[in-house]
Design a protein around this ligand. Structure first.
Ligand code: NAI
Length: 469
């Protein structure tokens, strides 16, 4: 763990292929490329040590190389055991950037890779780019352990808790003050996704958050685009690559009608499926009903559903009891951040259940009564486990926000109170603006009288803070 391994990837020979795809992606990522043009010379991230824990895909490679071009010293791991694109990791490693990620890591390897990405020589990063909060969790848990504080469970999966504890003990045996040094230099975290953001707000409420954090997810140009339009494309991609199933005419049950659920539902309806939504929030349930979907609990959808998709960011959504009642060859998958939305560990532990691997990330589980269901990506993010995640263009919106957040934290992290912030609306509008030309969009222009009439300035921000889009 403490050796100076420069990188760990599946196959360094995939670098040329990765590079070709990175060059193609750059054309589809106008926001990141504009940021490179604007800040490439002044190097606003010069001196910043950055650790990323975010799906190591082709699009992420463009993000990493943007951070490097702005002057940062970057180390990277993936935030999911199945989401790495090995050719992307190889291409980044070939540029001399330390990356520790491959598709199909074990959980132990996953946490060790996260540690390696966090360890910058004898110290840690100044800044973390997190997706789901695992890198931040390791830092916070590491410090707690060093201080001898009581361990508070963080995950519903005790196997994973044990792996984290073992890793932290190993670190402690090598270096008793490692996490203290890490937290001394750390000055900010920017978080990509809903689930990670929820973790940050909880830590802020409980006053355990160590440094200021920027909630990138709730930039409008992130959650209203990546979560929605990204999933609208990558959910179908994941299901199709895994199963080749015809979606038209089928019944698809989507659990959760937040930003991700909205995109998933539109995607499945667009392909001709009948869509049923499960929701607990009356506002989202009403939205689903008025968009024309049937809304009812999962228990009432089990006999109808051909495909089940969890998109809640919550745990135990599809329970073992549900799976036992599903149709033969029903497909179950999750597009939320963690794998605890579907009770896979209970399924695996059930007596008499047989697992047949059809191919990597596609398993058929047969119950004692003879019916079988498919589980995709072992219940982890289906779009990144069974396909390649969202397309470049929408990731350019998300990652432009990430770069702006990192620049903000590098410049102002030390002065900011320890709290969770969002980026100002003006920057959100700028990110959107950077993506218009690529789609041939021409904006209309306000005149002074109109701007005065609606109470804004002609150059924006165009909406008040409470506006919901
Ligand atoms: P959200 O908070 O907007 O939506 C989640 C919805 O699930 C809410 O409307 C909530 O009321 C509902 N919900 C919660 N518990 C439920 C239950 N027991 N039954 C039915 N509905 C329930 O969150 P968002 O942004 O849609 O994200 C959802 C998850 O997807 C998060 O874990 C997020 O991190 C992840 N995500 C995954 C992406 C991917 O590419 N796979 C992209 C973006 C987000």
């Amino acid at each position: 763990l403490f050796d100076n391994t420069p990188f760990l990837v599946a196959d360094p020979d995939l670098a040329d292929w990765g590079r070709k795809e990175i060059v193609i992606a750059e054309k589809e990522m106008p926001g990141l490329m504009a940021i490179r043009r604007k800040y490439g010379d002044s190097k606003p991230l010069k001196g910043a040590r950055i650790t990323g824990s975010l799906h190591m895909t082709i699009q992420t490679a463009v993000l990493i190389e943007t951070l490097v071009e702005l002057g940062a010293d970057v180390r990277w791991a993936s935030c999911n055991i199945f989401s790495t694109q090995d050719h992307a990791a190889a291409a980044v490693a070939a540029r001399g950037i330390p990356v520790f990620a491959w598709k199909g890591e074990s959980l132990t390897e996953y946490w060790e890779c996260t540690f390696r990405a966090l360890k910058h020589r004898e110290s840690g990063p100044h800044l973390i780019v997190d997706d789901g909060g695992d890198a931040s969790l390791l830092v916070h848990k590491g410090l707690e352990m060093e201080k001898g504080d009581k361990w508070v469970d963080t995950s519903s999966d005790s196997e994973e808790e044990d792996i984290i504890k073992k890793l932290l003990k190993k670190v402690r045996m090598e270096d008793d003050h490692f996490w203290r040094r890490v937290t001394e230099s750390l000055q900010g975290i920017s978080e990509e996704t809903t689930t990670g953001v929820n973790r940050l707000y909880r830590m802020a409420r409980e006053k355990t958050l160590l440094v200021p954090a920027i909630n990138v997810n709730d930039s409008v140009t992130k959650s209203k685009f990546d979560n929605k339009y990204g999933c609208r494309e990558s959910l179908a991609d994941g299901i199709k690559r895994a199963t080749d199933v015809m979606i038209a005419g089928k019944t698809v049950v989507i659990c959760g009608f937040g930003d991700v659920g909205k995109g998933c539902a539109e995607s499945m309806r667009g392909l001709g499926a009948k869509v049923i939504i499960n929701e607990i929030d009356p506002i989202c349930a009403l939205q689903a009903a008025m968009a024309g979907y049937v809304v009812k609990p999962i228990e009432d959808s089990l006999k109808e559903g051909d495909i089940f998709v969890t998109a809640t960011g919550n745990r135990d959504i599809i329970r073992l009891e549900h799976m036992m009642k599903m149709k033969d060859h029903a497909i179950c998958c999750n597009i939320g951040h963690f794998d605890n939305e579907i009770q896979i560990s209970r399924l695996k532990a059930m007596e008499g259940v047989e697992r047949t691997e059809v191919k990597p990330q596609v398993d058929l589980y047969t119950f004692p009564d003879g019916h079988s269901i498919f589980i995709l990506a072992e219940g982890r993010l289906v779009n990144l486990g069974c396909a390649t995640g969202h397309p470049s263009f929408v990731m350019s919106c998300s990652f432009s926000n990430q770069v702006l957040a990192q620049m903000d934290l590098w410049e102002r992290g030390k002065e900011r109170d320890v709290s969770v912030y969002t980026l100002p609306r003006k920057l959100d509008e700028e990110v959107a603006a950077l993506h218009l030309e690529h789609l041939g969009v021409k904006l209309s222009k306000l005149n002074e009288e109109q701007a005065e009439y609606i109470g804004v300035t002609v150059d924006g921000p165009f909406k008040p803070g409470h506006y919901r889009y």
